[in-house]
Design a protein around this ligand. Structure first.
Ligand SMILES: *[C@@H]1O[C@H](CO)[C@@H](O)[C@H](O)[C@H]1NC(C)=O
Ligand SMILES: [Zn+2]
Length: 249
């Protein structure tokens, strides 16, 4: 039993057990520590998100609307811990309003975050936080609108609406909290491309709108976010694979 082979097998088995235990996290369907295990489109897709956005060299498309066409409305919703970020879902379908892309209407289905940001700008710029407003059309198509947050002197009034509630949902599986809010209208230059959900099942065909200029939040706001959600939740950048990224005029 002292042969090197037996020792190697014991070590391999121990590693396997440790790996399985590490992956068996309750209330979390996937882990940012093991993205190679996400499988499906996450592993085999070739039009995935997030990507780097080469703002300096992407083509400006003058046929795009100057600002995203949104009609966000106030409604009741619930705030809960989705396993990697705070997530807000409207109480009633469409309760938080709509985004219109190429004449097609998508209703808000949830709002969640990634820390640090998932998309990068001009390779070197990765903001502190990225909000994803996920929308769905009547026939099930997904449109995602991303908003960056960066540290500055002006607090984000939107984040302030629920930052104080985060300690109550810092544990995965904690009880959802009732909220009532309205998303801010996204205004400014943005990038458009087609990609995927950036979390499993990494479904492709997602229409992305990435707002290029960040909203500021204070250091204190970022610290409060990280106090309840300390674990990084940004997927690695994915290759462009010939996709065209268009910038709004
Ligand atoms: C925005 O949505 C609200 C609520 O559905 C609706 O009453 C309003 O007419 C919409 N506004 C526009 C400009 O479409
Ligand atoms: Zn997301």
């Amino acid at each position: 039993m002292d042969s090197p082979t037996a020792a190697a097998w014991t070590k391999a088995l121990l590693l396997l057990v440790v790996t399985l235990v590490a992956q068996a996290q309750p209330d979390q369907e996937f882990s940012y520590s093991f993205p190679q295990n996400w499988g499906g489109d996450c592993t085999y897709g070739n039009v995935q998100s997030p990507i780097n956005i080469p703002r300096a060299t992407s083509l400006v498309d003058t046929s795009l609307p100057v600002n995203p066409i949104t009609n966000y409305t106030r409604n009741a919703g619930k705030l809960y811990n989705n396993g990697y970020s705070p997530e807000i879902v409207p109480k009633h379908p469409g309760g938080f309003g709509t985004l219109t892309i190429d004449g097609k209407v998508y209703k808000v289905i949830n709002v969640h975050f990634h820390q640090p940001a998932e998309h990068t700008i001009n390779v070197f710029i990765r903001y502190a936080l990225e909000m994803h407003i996920e929308h769905q059309s009547a026939n099930g198509d997904i449109a995602m609108l991303a908003v960056f947050f960066t540290q500055g002197s002006t607090p984000s009034s939107f984040l302030e609406k629920f930052l104080d509630l985060l300690p109550e949902i810092s544990e995965s599986g904690s009880t959802p909290i009732a909220v009532n809010l309205k998303l801010d209208k996204p205004v400014g230059k943005y990038a458009r491309y087609t990609g995927s959900l950036s979390t499993p099942p990494c479904t492709e065909g997602v229409k992305w709108i990435v707002m290029l200029d960040p909203i500021t939040m204070t250091r204190n706001q970022l610290d409060r976010y990280r106090a309840s959600f300390p674990t990084p939740s940004a997927r690695f950048l994915k290759p462009i694979n010939g996709r065209v990224i268009r910038l709004s005029p």
